[in-house]
Design a protein around this ligand. Structure first.
Ligand code: TXE
Length: 492
């Protein structure tokens, strides 16, 4: 079945086909067609025409919202099929994939509601003869470039607001996990997206992603992925002064004061870092613990980490799946080696699993390092894998300083029963999301995004819609008259 969708038609790509691999056992799930340079041109041209001349940007917002609601209904209908495909493609557990589909559905509904009520605003100029208003218009053709850890979810955070705002899009999913993005485009087609409004190109970053970021026909690039790729995209987009929105990961502190319930914090610290094998931009990879609690907490977390059941994501008994690829596991192994070389103390993991049925896949045991220093590579860089590092503190100021001592600023958490302290720490942390006595939840109505090198702009919430809008000021003077600024040559 053709896997590219351009100008309302499913089509074969002129690039080399690629095998999509199941990370559980390295088997081939499917071979997909990929785009060549001519496909990139055709997709941008289709999105351009649909934007410049087509009905979509001029469709009333309430009708665009109806389309998003139909997509949400179709997601509910196909939930199980989509969730299974996401699990096959990414390795994550079926429970997680089902949650992802529910969240994606909620995002479509949220932006449908928001767009239907998004009417710009009037500005009081103090002049009765002037109507000054700010209207919201779409940006244009948006390239949406997405990663492999939450393929469907990350795409929904972009495509739902982009379409709600009246843009047309060219989607470029990760070449590692393209399958559910193709499924979503099929649902958008079924829901009635006009030709050219939604296009999808499969292929890698170099041959498909990069040309989109440089293309003069593209007005905006929204990207989620690694820091180095984000920097390359910002540079590439500078040539045509595109709008760029980037979400580039994190190195997220999970700060624990000793007055917290022990069982609650052990349990949540494990989930914070080992969910989806740590391949989460907001993973709580840095555990920062008050001195008096440190030794007991590290021992218990290490003990429980050793017991996490790895396996096939489709197996309901599995607690964590594999890493996404052999290359990514090699990167994780390199981080573990560097941590040991730099003197971190291995408390759990640090190896591949021994079970015979896990040997074909890209598994790695949940790993815990204690006695970590801020200058270690494992602590400064985003490993994006199942590695927890533990640091210790004595005072609140020290905890805050450690939590902010990172180039990233995506998310963080503070655990304490002292609500005054919780608020102080939450306000002092330079991260885009801060959880108090929790880790990980988000809602479509609250902004998500990073400070510092975690990115710019915001997804979700009203700001997530504004990302895909131009806010135009219209000044209407209803009683025009000569201003008589220049008086020398004019009539008096
Ligand atoms: O992602 P890339 P990679 C982090 C994580 C991970 C590292 C590298 O630390 O280990 O990034 O992962 C497309 N122009 N995150 O290499 O390269 C690519 O095809 C345009 C954090 O797998 O960033 C894919 O669609 N596009 C993260 C997308 O960019 C390009 C999620 C992401 O790939 C391109 C994933 C180019 N020059 C990884 N090069 C998060 N923030 O959640 C690649 N791409």
């Amino acid at each position: 079945m053709p896997s590219l969708y351009i100008d309302g038609t499913w089509t074969s790509g002129s690039g080399d086909p690629a095998e999509v691999i199941n990370p559980f056992d390295a088997s081939v799930i499917e071979t997909v067609e990929q785009a060549g340079p001519d496909d990139v041109e055709r997709a941008v041209a289709a999105a351009r025409t649909a934007f410049d001349d087509g009905p979509w940007p001029r469709t009333p917002a309430a009708e665009r919202a109806d389309l998003l609601r139909r997509v949400a209904d179709l997601l509910v209908r196909d939930k199980e099929d989509i969730a299974r495909t996401e699990t096959l493609d990414t390795g994550k557990t079926l429970v997680e994939s089902r949650i992802d589909v529910d969240d994606v559905t909620a995002v479509f509904r949220y932006y449908a509601d928001l767009a239907a009520h998004d009417a710009g605003r009037l500005v009081d100029t103090g002049k009765p003869s002037v109507v000054s208003r700010v209207v919201h218009e779409p940006v244009g053709v948006c390239a949406l470039i997405t990663p492999w850890n939450y393929p469907l979810l990350q795409l929904s955070w972009k495509v739902a607001p982009a379409l709600a705002a009246g843009n047309t899009v060219v989607i470029k999913p990760s070449e590692v996990t393209p399958l559910t993005s193709v499924m979503l485009v099929r649902l958008l087609e079924e829901a009635g997206a006009p030709p050219g409004v939604v296009n999808i190109l499969l292929g890698d970053g170099r041959s498909v992603g990069a040309p989109l970021t440089e293309h003069p026909g593209v007005d905006m690039v929204s990207f989620t992925g690694g820091l180095a790729t984000g920097q390359a995209i910002m540079r590439a987009a500078a040539g045509t002064v595109k709008r760029v929105a980037v979400e580039l990961g994190g190195k997220n502190p999970n700060i624990v004061f000793a007055d917290t319930d022990f069982e609650t914090v052990v349990d949540n610290a494990l989930t914070a870092v080992f969910l989806h094998a740590g391949q989460v931009c907001s993973a709580g990879a840095r555990l920062i613990v008050e001195d008096s609690l440190h030794d007991d907490l590290v021992a218990e977390i290490g003990r429980r980490a050793e017991r996490i059941r790895l396996g096939n994501g489709l197996d309901e008994a599995t607690e964590s799946g594999p890493l996404v690829s052999a290359a990514h596991r090699a990167k994780i192994e390199d981080y573990v080696a560097s941590a040991q070389a730099e003197g971190a103390r291995l408390v759990a993991g640090g190896r591949r699993p021994e079970e015979p049925d896990l040997q074909k896949g890209f598994f790695y045991r949940p790993t815990v390092f204690a006695d970590c220093r801020r200058d270690m590579r494992v602590l400064r860089e985003e490993t994006f894998g199942p590695i927890l590092t533990v640091e210790r503190f004595t005072t609140e100021e020290e905890a805050i300083a450690l939590g902010n001592d990172t180039d990233y600023g995506l998310s963080g958490a503070v655990w304490t029963n002292d609500s005054g302290r919780a608020e102080r720490v939450a306000r002092a942390l330079r991260h885009g999301t801060v959880w108090i006595n929790d880790f990980g939840p988000y809602v479509p109505g609250a902004e998500w995004g990073g400070f510092k090198r975690s990115g710019n702009g915001r997804e979700l919430g009203p700001t997530g819609l504004a990302e895909y809008q131009e806010h135009k000021h219209i000044w209407h003077n209803t009683e025009p008259a000569p201003a008589r600024w220049f008086t020398s040559g004019g009539a008096r």
